[in-house]
Design a binder for this molecule. Structure first.
Ligand code: TXA
Ligand code: MG
Length: 351
């Protein structure tokens, strides 16, 4: 039922793109790579087609989709914008940042879950851009995972979650950033960050004179309030119990204590492999380059499940740049189990 085709992300074959675009025009669902994560797309003007996305993912109907465009002209079709938004969009797109805007009446209620705003972005990925251009339509697409599972960064993740549930999957290799786009609501003044992502807080502060970075953007439990409709749902969760440990000394102690009673795996940067030789380790890239960590973050959560251990312990990353977004995802994946000193450990697990 589900067809899988391979397309070279660096030089997409126009013939294959035409084939995939015919699915979009026929009201079918297509999973495709973007620079952030894989999306599950359908014609954004077709409410019926978009309902298939919700069904395939088991996504609650009140969690709206992001509309993907390939040109600024298309922006005028999907949202109602003024000159300042036009200028802003030229500065940021294509890129891993989504704007929440006033919707146009061509966008059906299924896409926005009945809201009068619409989330829009222009992805910086050759396959995504070619697919949107060739279909001649904006494409509504959330991440191409089952609801509550981590977002997919390779086609195999999509196949694992959605085989038999969608019409076409484009295998375009590994996505570039590995975590979902930054979302900013600019229908309010000042603008509000709804979800941190690869477009960093530092960059946002340069772009907007005034922007609200709410506490919940850190992903801490206390601050978890439902602002973006999707934020109230459990996200990015591996099935294995995951605990974040905030420094490497505490991680050493925690590993010693827990390994007496449980099977454990550590999620640590390549720099620390030597310090944890005696344990099962999942390499989280290098903490000297947090883009390498973001790229494989969700893969590492899936890998943790494949190891079939009782507990995963992840060393927290620094929080600057994309590290802020990594920790937002990590805290949620851990269900807010965060250990700062060894005494905290027993809050989350019997020791
Ligand atoms: O990088 C990404 O954003 C990927 C790729 C495929 O573009 N998409 C993605 O979509 O991760 P996902 O699964 O996160 O779903 C869209 C998010 C949800 O959190 C939803 O609540 C929010 O966007 N959203 C959509 N429309 C919104 C609106 N009108 N107001 C506030 N939040 C909105
Ligand atoms: Mg998602």
């Amino acid at each position: 039922m589900t067809e899988v085709i391979k397309i070279d992300p660096l030089a997409p074959d126009p013939e294959k793109i035409r084939y995939a675009a015919s699915f979009i025009r026929d009201g079918k669902t297509v999973a495709f790579p973007t620079e952030t994560v894989y999306g599950l797309g359908a014609n954004a003007f077709d409410g019926e087609a978009c309902l298939k996305i919700f069904k395939a993912k088991n996504r609650p109907a009140d969690n709206p989709l992001i509309v993907h465009i390939a040109s600024i002209d298309q922006l005028y079709e999907v949202a109602s914008i003024d000159d300042s938004i036009f200028e802003l969009s030229k500065k940021i797109w294509p890129g891993p940042i989504t704007l929440v805007l006033k919707k146009s009446n061509k966008i059906p209620k299924e896409v926005t879950a009945g809201l009068d705003t619409v989330a829009v972005r222009m992805p910086a990925h050759p396959i995504a851009l070619a697919l949107i251009k060739e279909s001649g339509l904006p494409i509504a697409a959330p991440s191409a995972n089952l609801a509550t599972r981590p977002s997919p960064t390779v086609a195999q993740d999509v196949i694992d979650d959605l085989d038999g549930r969608v019409d076409l999957i484009i295998d375009g290799g590994h996505t570039f950033f590995g975590i979902e786009s930054t979302i900013v609501n600019i229908t309010e003044r000042p603008a509000v960050l709804l979800r941190p992502g690869p477009f960093t807080v530092e960059e946002l502060k340069k772009l907007f004179n005034d922007i609200i970075i709410p506490d919940y953007a850190k992903g801490t439990k206390e601050a978890e309030v439902a602002l973006a409709p999707g934020m109230k749902y459990r996200h990015y969760a591996p099935s294995t119990k995951l605990i974040i440990v905030e420094n490497s000394e505490v991680l050493k102690r925690a590993a010693e204590i827990l390994s007496k009673r449980y099977s454990i795996a550590l999620l640590i940067p390549i720099e620390m492999l030597n310090d944890f030789k005696d344990y099962k380790c999942i390499v989280l890239g290098s903490y000297n380059n947090l883009y390498t960590v973001a790229r494989d973050l969700f893969d590492s959560f899936r890998a943790l499940d494949r190891l079939k251990v009782d507990i995963g312990l992840m060393l927290a990353t620094p929080e600057e740049g994309i590290g802020f977004s990594i920790m937002n995802r990590a805290r949620k994946a851990a269900g807010h189990s965060v250990v700062n000193k060894i005494e905290d450990l027993s809050r989350y697990i019997a020791i």
